[in-house]
Design a binder for this molecule. Sequence first.
Ligand SMILES: Cc1ncc(C[n+]2csc(CCOP(=O)(O)OP(=O)(O)O)c2C)c(N)n1
Length: 639
Amino acid sequence: MNLLNSLPTHSMTMSDSSSTNLLDTIQGPNDLKKIEPERLTELAEEIRNRLITSLSNTGGHLGPNLGVVELTIAMHRVFDTPTDKFLFDVSHQGYVHKMLTGRAKQIGSIRQYEGLNGFLLRTESEHDCYGAGHAGTALSAALGMASARDLKGEDNHVIAVAGDAAFTCGPTLEALNNIAEATDRCIVVLNDNEWSIDKNVGALAKYFNALQSHPAYNDIRAKAASLVEKVAGPSARKFAQKVERNAKNMILPNVLFEKFGMRYYGPIDGHDLPSLIKSFEYLKEQDEPVILHIITEKGRGYQPALDKPGKFHGLGPYNIEDGSTTSGAPTFSELFGRAVTDFAKEDKSITAITAAMPGGTKLETFKAELPERYFDVGIAEEHAALFACGHATQGLKPFLAIYSTFMQRAYDMIVHDMALQNLPIRLCMDRGGLSGDDGPTHHGLFDIGYLRHVPGLVHMQPKDEDEFIDMLWTMAKYEDGPIAIRYPRGNGPGVSIKDRPELLTIGEAEVIQEGTDVCLIPLGTMMEVALETKEQLEGKGYSVTLINPRWIKPLDASTIKRLSANSKVVCTFEDHVLYNGFGLSIIELLHDEVIDTPVERIGWPDEFIEHGKPEILRKKHGITSEAAIGKILPHLEVT
Ligand SMILES: Cc1ncc(C[n+]2csc(CCOP(=O)(O)OP(=O)(O)O)c2C)c(N)n1
């Protein structure tokens, strides 16, 4: 049972943006401080309405932000950014902070090209002292800032806000272990809503949840509330210690946190603004690392988000009345979830592992149908990778599904544990390629670079849905070592899938057509851009070779060598950075074989790509057939 059910749930009021008087007066935190205390609840409601209305058009992290409205108001009421430092873990819940630091009017541009980023960026505002997008970074970075402050003899405050699932991350636990040694003063807010993107998992989640469902919890909450009533007074410390001794027994996480050298306060209702403000005023005066445990509701104030916290964690545009969204053709993730579940029904040694992303990777299908072989290890990619290694050593066939960008965390495990020991683990890298409106923290543009040089590792990318299933099937049957697949966000070209998958030959490309002028080598779904390029070239009378390479590693060296040598120019296409990318592997191959056909490459430049719709970003950065033609033609026109 969640005790917050007893708290009032606001219904969505449609009176919103046009009458958002208080919010529109806030150009920065100082304006917030001028608002009369009794009007702060009204402000909270305005913020919620603005979020619900605005995000229905742009999409975004609605649920997490609705949950931190009061928390963020209280923080800006008590502390002073940019002097005081706020770090939000992942920072997907940073929209309210953006609104209170002069960006309320721009919230409608969030995640849009040239608009506000969906996460915090140091370059976006002086109030954003630390950027993020990946989980588990806030505590460590906050400790570093607090330690730097101590060294410099300054006296500002450092406050890290982290969700309960952030405590499943290795770096968070590593920071906790180091907190007492790193600084004498730092405030951590544990924003406990019982949810990661999906339901939070693991021992700590159970520990926190057990607290909320414990019969003594109401009593403790009442005492905790009375604590914050009193803490503003002079005898605060003594009183706090007395309340702790009397009210907090073993069911509270105080023991756990205090072993790490932090004084624990709470739990308090994270939607009770006066309590939050008083708590921060009190904590501000403490000369020791402290943790404030607040209980919040993800999606507070919007019934569809309360009903489906997983869906409303982060989503595209939705119908504001009922929260419904449109769904199109099956995505690569959905095909993955279905296929691996079907394979696992036939092969009892297949297991599925996710690091807190059952919904995103669609392993939720596997979880529903084969729960005993499904493992969600929390936001713990390094652990997930090692856990998969353990399975592989015991003859199981783990499918490890992690987004390309989050797999970066597990690089050392891939080298040191999987590849060096040649363990057959199936690395399934969803969102391999541009992620679009999530921006640079989420684009999966580096995985070829960080896997290409790992000895013995097989890596591939499918051009369409049917080939995708063949590749997954080939992975299921492959036993010789680690094998990876990258596939993009969203849908493929929409080809139909044959009844039974086909086993592919590792390292054998598909030659679609042979010509004599230009050799096009598009990786994966870049086939679409290559096909447009081919048509334009053929329209100009050139003879074109088109190869679907399938394998990033091992390359089909003999086919690529032969067809490149027969062409006047080669052009590669990849949804990846050019540096250390797929095209570079073709250049290396031709160089090593002393084939002097020039190679042109279409791919992302050596920079962090901003957020925005893929069409816009592709055009801007030259991931188009026009750009390819522009690079190819000069080689053909020379006589
Ligand atoms: C390294 C990494 N893995 C996975 C994710 C995907 N992710 C984003 S937010 C989130 C859950 C965060 O839950 P919690 O910390 O409890 O915050 P809440 O959303 O509940 O406020 C996950 C798994 C990520 N951002 N970074």
